[in-house]
Design a protein around this ligand. Structure first.
Ligand SMILES: Nc1ncnc2c1ncn2[C@@H]1O[C@H](COP(=O)(O)OP(=O)(O)OP(=O)(O)O)[C@@H](O)[C@H]1O
Ligand SMILES: [Mg+2]
Length: 244
């Protein structure tokens, strides 16, 4: 069937848009978060604005207590802002119910924590497989996907080791494989390199760059470590609940 010239141009323009200009994946507008502590309000986030585009590596940096984890939890829908908006992939996270957000989070997000959060009695392989099982991925896809993810993080030779038989950096790489197994759009990582020495931290950052390229994921992470900032596409510096 002949396609009209205009339609053809349209398709070309659209694919040019999606190929060359990364879409906005997450938008944060004037987010505030207040906790009640002993009857007194404690303002922890004070008007945060930010944006994450597809395939970006974005870092939140700031002193202990500046509000990084609180913000990251809001981005992942684990916490709700007191006011302001969080739009994830076109969805209004700020006004959705916990259940609705949980569904979106399970399908489209992955989380990585400072302390690796692996199941201690399961092997690297079984830990990643568990994440596919929980995401509802069909059993027939598990073997290929688990192998692929463990290869991506450079652990093909450690697939059957359990966490205590792995170094800290290797454990964190299993945690990354686990977090990306279900093909999330957004990976949120809270101080993923805090427990690692500088060599291992650099390896983790190389793995992050690799998975952004190959899995088309966006990564937002918090850090205290000034030596890894240079690999970020964007660094937000947080001071006392605000970006400076
Ligand atoms: N559930 C809560 N109830 C009351 N206060 C809280 C709560 N969660 C966090 N805070 C307070 O909010 C502030 C910011 O905490 P947050 O964990 O976001 O800091 P952070 O930047 O991640 O620090 P760190 O670098 O030490 O991890 C802290 O002063 C903390 O005590
Ligand atoms: Mg924190």
């Amino acid at each position: 069937m002949a396609i009209s010239k205009e339609a053809e141009q349209d398709v070309q323009q659209q694919s040019a848009l999606s190929d060359d200009q990364p879409r906005k994946l997450l938008t944060v507008n004037q987010v505030e978060r207040e906790f009640q502590v002993g009857g007194t309000p404690l303002r922890v986030l004070k008007g945060i604005n930010m944006e994450l585009k597809e395939r970006e590596l974005v870092m939140l940096r700031g002193r202990s207590g500046s509000g990084k984890t609180t913000l990251l939890n809001s981005l992942g829908g684990l916490d709700t802002p007191s006011s302001g908006e969080i739009w994830f992939n076109g969805l209004p996270f700020h006004s959705m119910s916990d259940d609705e957000r949980t569904l979106v989070r399970r399908k489209h997000m992955g989380f990585i924590f400072q302390a690796f959060a692996l199941m201690p009695l399961l092997s690297a392989w079984e830990n990643v497989e568990l994440s596919l099982r929980m995401a509802g991925t069909g059993r027939s896809e598990w073997k290929e996907r688990v192998t692929h993810c463990l290869e991506l993080v450079g652990l093909e030779k450690r697939m059957h080791h359990r966490p205590f038989e792995l170094s800290g950096g290797e454990q964190q790489r299993v945690a990354i494989a686990k977090a990306i197994a279900h093909k999330p759009m957004l990976l949120l990582a809270d101080e993923p390199t805090a427990e690692l020495d500088s060599g291992m931290s650099a390896q983790i950052m190389a793995v992050f760059q690799n998975i952004i390229r190959t899995e088309q994921v966006t990564i937002c992470m918090t850090t205290h470590d000034p030596t890894i900032l240079e690999v970020a596409d964007h660094v937000y510096e947080m001071v006392d609940g605000k970006f400076v």
